[in-house]
Design a binder for this molecule. Structure first.
Ligand code: SAH
Length: 218
């Protein structure tokens, strides 16, 4: 279980991580500030406490991983998020990315297909006083009740672009999604141009756990 104490040492390591992220090309100051505000070690097992601020992915249970900090920052930068925007995240996982989106002032809706992870993320996120709407469900279905969204962020590797999610995006909205059949995915930024068309730009290769259908209750 997480230990929820943010020490001087953690804060110092966080500053170092922010420096690394900016060296790696993350330019948006608001995103770097959000990384300073959200204690990543809260989302990790105590065993990883010492490495929580290195640019690494870690196991979070149920066979899933928390994304690399750089990947979280990079995907967030591609979203071009503005305060108050409605964002749908697919793959709550640890809840770290969810918290970064909340810290940036977005109205966040996030879906996780593993009930264990959904519950653990809820606990830490609420402890940090963020209030996104968290759902246990299948991200392929999106969230029709709260659609349309200004932005959609997919944090698992999708074999193809889920059409239902595109439907739930506003015109002019942005969807950031890693797409690929195998172990690697291309990071895509889609802009919805009209109800029936979108533009697509590619931003390098990443490795995500797969986006799978249906829910897992345990
Ligand atoms: N944003 C997360 C990344 C976790 S990894 C973080 O910051 O920790 C991706 C997550 O997507 C995993 O937890 C996995 O269970 C979840 N996932 C995979 N397919 C899904 C689906 N169809 N719907 C919702 N979540 C899904």
């Amino acid at each position: 279980m997480q230990h929820l104490k943010d020490t001087f040492k953690h804060k110092g390591k966080r500053k170092q991580l922010i420096f690394e992220l900016s060296e790696m090309g993350i330019k948006d100051q608001r995103i770097l500030e959000a990384f300073e505000a959200v204690p990543r070690h809260f989302f990790l097992d105590l065993a990883f406490d010492d490495q929580a601020y290195s640019n690494m992915a870690f196991q979070i249970g149920s066979g899933q991983t928390i994304s690399h900090p750089y990947t979280v920052a990079f995907q967030t930068e591609l979203l071009d998020l503005q305060k108050g925007e409605k964002v749908l995240e697919i793959g709550t996982g640890s809840g770290f990315q969810t918290s970064i989106l909340c810290e940036l002032g977005a109205k966040v809706f996030s879906i996780e297909r593993h009930s264990d992870l959904h519950l653990a993320a809820k606990f830490v996120i609420h402890h940090l006083n963020y209030s996104p709407k968290l759902f246990f469900g299948d991200g392929y279905k999106g969230n029709t009740l709260n659609a349309p969204f200004d932005k959609i962020l997919v944090t698992c590797g999708a074999p193809e672009i889920p059409q239902e999610l595109l439907k739930q995006l506003k015109v002019d909205g942005i969807m950031v999604i890693p797409v690929g059949e195998g172990k690697e995915q291309k990071m895509l930024k889609l802009v919805k141009l009209s109800e029936t068309s979108f533009s697509q730009e590619e931003f390098g290769t990443f490795k995500f756990v797969p986006m799978l259908e249906r829910t897992v209750k345990k």
